[in-house]
Design a protein around this ligand. Structure first.
Ligand SMILES: [Zn+2]
Ligand SMILES: [Zn+2]
Length: 326
């Protein structure tokens, strides 16, 4: 099969054998994959990853010895593959399994390839009403929805989401249903308009603005979600939180963040890290059309033009770039 490989700082397409699929795993033919900023962080050295990247995908099961009825079905997957026997796995949450592998991120080849393999227990069937280019959003949408699973947001809270990348917009679109006083702040008018079109209030922030000036303009928030993808986003998030407020951190930057711990102490803030979420919840949001993800698609490239897709995704101000294998 053809697969994308990260080798040092280079992205190449190579010929590889089909991924091994054990008895409790499925071999899946990739239908579509999404390029994510995490993929760029991996290339920059995050997690010391070497192998096939790609963790946002939808595909078709082609082999599943233990569950042959799945052959031919469209699936997405929970990307965290646990050992199955530790306390985290037994509690049904492999995201923190110490032995876990993560599709295209940690110890497991990913979805920028014609085929991939996943444990059967990680698979989720997609609803037939969902287009391929909608279902491919299940992973990032699950990560966006995780914020609402972790923080008890109240309808009267002022909430701000920092960052108008795909993740920031998905977070704003999912939280707006419970938090009408939500504001999305970003750098790109055309991206903010995508969220505005679905009822989100937005504000354009000029680059290089001092956090104190931004606070004077916007006021303070009970909950701040930091999804800028930038190492310095956390400092602004801490400033924007009101005393006893909550800061949810989504950015996984390869660069360390410099913050004033004293500000956290003095304001008595709660800082919450937030990673992957529940794919089944994301599928239900998509199926019920509570969020329209299609306006977030910047471009769809055939896999044969992966190189162009990768460069397009790396341009500043780009929304979701998808790669089609069909
Ligand atoms: Zn991602
Ligand atoms: Zn485990």
């Amino acid at each position: 099969m053809k697969a994308v490989l990260f080798q040092g700082e280079k992205v190449t397409v190579v010929e590889k054998p089909l991924p091994p699929a054990g008895r409790d795993e499925a071999l899946i033919r990739t239908a579509m994959a999404g390029i994510c900023s995490t993929d760029r962080e991996l290339l920059a050295g995050y997690h010391d990853f070497a192998g096939i990247p790609g963790h946002e995908f939808v595909g078709t099961v082609v082999r599943a010895p233990a569950r042959p009825e799945l052959v031919g079905r469209r699936v997405i997957a929970d990307i965290n593959c646990g050992c199955g026997i530790c306390t985290w796995c037994l509690a049904g949450d492999p995201r923190h399994c110490p032995e876990r592998t993560t599709l295209g991120i940690r110890g497991r080849d990913g979805a920028f390839a014609e085929y991939l393999s996943m444990p059967l227990r990680n698979l989720h069937l997609t609803d037939e009403s969902l287009a391929t280019e909608e279902a491919v959003f299940a992973e990032p949408l699950a990560a966006a929805l995780e914020v609402g699973q972790q923080v008890h947001l109240k309808s009267r809270d002022r909430v701000v989401v920092l960052g108008d990348g795909t993740l920031g917009i998905l977070i704003a679109l999912s939280l707006r249903l419970a938090c009408p006083r939500l504001l999305l702040c970003g750098r790109y008018p055309e991206k903010l308009r995508v969220a505005e079109a679905q009822g989100v209030e937005t504000r354009l922030l000029e680059p290089g603005g001092a956090p104190a000036d931004i606070c004077r303009e916007l006021g303070y928030f009970g909950a701040v979600v930091e999804a800028t993808g930038q190492a310095d986003g956390l400092a602004l998030a801490i400033e924007l939180a009101r005393p006893e407020g909550t800061v949810v951190v989504k950015t996984t930057s390869h660069e360390p963040s410099a913050i004033s711990v004293a500000r956290i102490v003095v304001k008595e803030l709660t800082i919450i890290g937030s990673r992957c979420g529940d794919p089944e919840l994301a599928l239900s949001f998509l199926k019920n059309r509570w969020i329209d993800v299609k306006p977030l698609i910047e471009a769809i490239y055939p896999f044969a033009h992966f190189d162009e897709a990768w460069h397009h995704a790396g341009r500043r101000g780009t929304l979701k770039v998808l790669v089609s294998f069909e």
